[in-house]
Design a protein around this ligand. Structure first.
Ligand code: NAI
Length: 477
């Protein structure tokens, strides 16, 4: 092959792909990464969905909207009176865009630092021979053929649309449009009360929208520990986030006045929801668009994801796939771990990902975070377990913060005391969950955590106390 040759070509520059490229380069491979994302000026915008229209911009808006809510509602409790509070949504969005750009630029810098060749365009498989795989890149520099001995596919996922209701990003919004609304809608509807539904619902409610979430499942946050989900639901109800469970969404009409959603409630009664904007957040589908998998015989599974084994090996030799485009949770950090592990496997090392200790976080207020098994999973398995909970209401730091909603919950094996799951709802639990992940990774017992010195006053004391609660010996409750 006379094309530009690489040891490793990574297709996709999201958190899975760019991290895989960096690790491959660190291991001494001549590495390229192909990514087609364009910024507002048409230039490259490395970082994928997470950086451009996902994790990063949503966290920027969650922070801004939280400041706004606090200034309007909770500053007064601290003796700080604000008058003339107003919202400059344009500035808020510009700040969010700047945060995204800083992250894009950071990855460009990391590619240069690690001598990774970056191609801006869409890659597709052309053919394979004994030396590797040929890919075609179509993009800003025209069309180019490149060849790689190893290919890592990290093409991510796209928002799932409701059948017959495509996203127009004007009235019917995906996660993309939901982050670019130019004025606060008076009424906002969301279909699906999953992670995106709750995070985006929170942003726009805090900024003043009347938010209604329509969820098909009869239970709230089915994957979350039931006790934690109930506590979170109470908090969201109090905030005025209207969540309807067990609904069936019918016809959706868009017009000049906005969007009209016909739906049936849990009792089977016909309802209509009229909103200015509708966000559809009903999950995501693996993205293999334009990859031309047929050219080389790369196999997909029944969901349209690239079929891989536990080690991210596809059916083709030296072709690997990671992140949202394969099985498993669609989480940036899961993709990153897979990217590192694959690069290490290519180098003949023993890359490893422990799926049981992948943490989950929902960045609402209160935040929700967990790792390991839920109480309902342990019950279904028939596993004997002990549980311990500790409320933030009894934590000094939480009281000082004025943020006492929620709890930490430990689940440990009844005999060995090994931690099986840790579940949290409350302030800054996105950070607190790391301690639980480390503990589970080291196969710690709840007693191990209970015996560790935690700084006082800190929210992390709630973690220690919940571990103490497993043996019914909390000190502060
Ligand atoms: P999701 O899977 O979290 O939630 C989708 C929800 O929509 C479910 O509750 C489901 O029951 C409901 N649903 C499905 N079809 C429906 C219908 N026809 N009518 C009403 N409800 C329906 O998906 P989401 O929120 O779209 O997020 C997509 C992915 O992005 C997730 O896998 C998530 O892990 C990831 N993500 C992660 C974030 C984080 O880690 N903080 C933030 C945002 C997204």
């Amino acid at each position: 092959m006379a094309n530009k040759q690489f040891d490793v070509i990574v297709v996709g520059g999201g958190p899975g792909g760019y991290i895989a490229a960096i690790r491959a380069a660190q291991l001494g491979f001549n590495t390229a990464c192909v990514d087609e994302w364009k910024n507002a000026k048409g230039g490259p915008a490395l970082g994928g969905t997470c950086t451009n229209i996902g994790c990063i911009p949503s966290k920027a808006l969650l922070q801004s909207s939280e400041h706004y809510e606090q200034a309007g509602h909770t500053f007064a409790d601290h003796g700080i009176n604000v008058s003339g509070l107003s919202l400059d949504i344009g500035k808020m969005m510009a700040r969010k865009d700047q945060v995204v750009k800083q992250n894009n630029d950071g990855i460009t810098y990391l590619f240069k630092k690690n001598k990774i060749t970056s191609f801006h365009g869409r890659a597709s498989f052309v053919k394979t021979d004994e030396t590797g795989y040929e890919l075609k890149v179509v993009g800003s520099a025209g069309e180019e053929a490149i060849s790689g001995k190893h290919i890592i596919v990290a093409t991510g996922s796209n928002a799932r649309a409701l059948p017959g209701t495509p996203f127009d990003e004007e009235n019917i919004l995906s996660n993309d449009g939901a982050l670019r609304v130019g004025a606060v809608p008076k009424k906002l509807g969301l279909i699906g009360s999953g992670v995106i539904g709750l995070e985006m619902g929170s942003v726009w409610r805090r900024l003043g929208a009347e938010v209604t979430v329509l969820e098909a499942l009869p239970i709230f946050l089915g994957a979350v520990d039931e006790q934690i989900a109930k506590e979170a639901k109470k908090a969201f109800d109090k905030q005025g986030l209207k969540i309807e469970l067990g609904v069936k969404v019918g016809e959706i009409k868009t017009g000049k006045k906005g969007v009209s959603v016909a739906w049936t409630n849990a009792k089977g009664e016909a309802q209509t929801l009229d909103v200015d904007k509708l966000i559809v957040s009903i999950g995501r589908v693996p993205n293999t668009i334009g990859l031309n998998v047929e050219a080389v015989g790369l196999k997909l599974d029944e969901r349209g994801a690239i079929a891989v084994d536990d080690e991210c090996k596809t059916n083709l030799p030296n072709v690997w796939a990671i992140g949202d485009v394969v099985r498993g949770p669609m989480l940036a950090h899961k993709a990153e771990e897979e990217g590192v592990a694959v690069a290490e496997r290519i180098a003949g090392q023993h890359g490893h990902v422990n799926f049981n200790t992948v943490p989950w976080v929902i960045y609402t207020h209160p935040e929700i975070a967990w790792v390991g098994q839920t109480e309902q999973q342990l019950k279904a398995e028939g596993r004997a377990y002990k549980a311990g909970t500790f409320p933030f209401l009894a934590n000094g730091r939480a009281r000082a913060l004025g943020d006492t909603t929620g709890m930490v919950k430990f689940l440990a094996d009844a005999t060995t005391d090994e931690i099986l799951g840790v579940h949290m709802v409350g302030p800054q639990v996105s950070e607190l969950i790391s301690e639980a992940v480390v503990a589970m990774e080291f196969k710690a017992s709840s007693e191990d955590i209970a015996r560790i010195c935690h700084a006082h006053p800190s929210l992390s004391e709630a973690t220690k106390e919940a571990a103490l609660a497993v043996e019914k010996r909390t000190l502060n409750f």
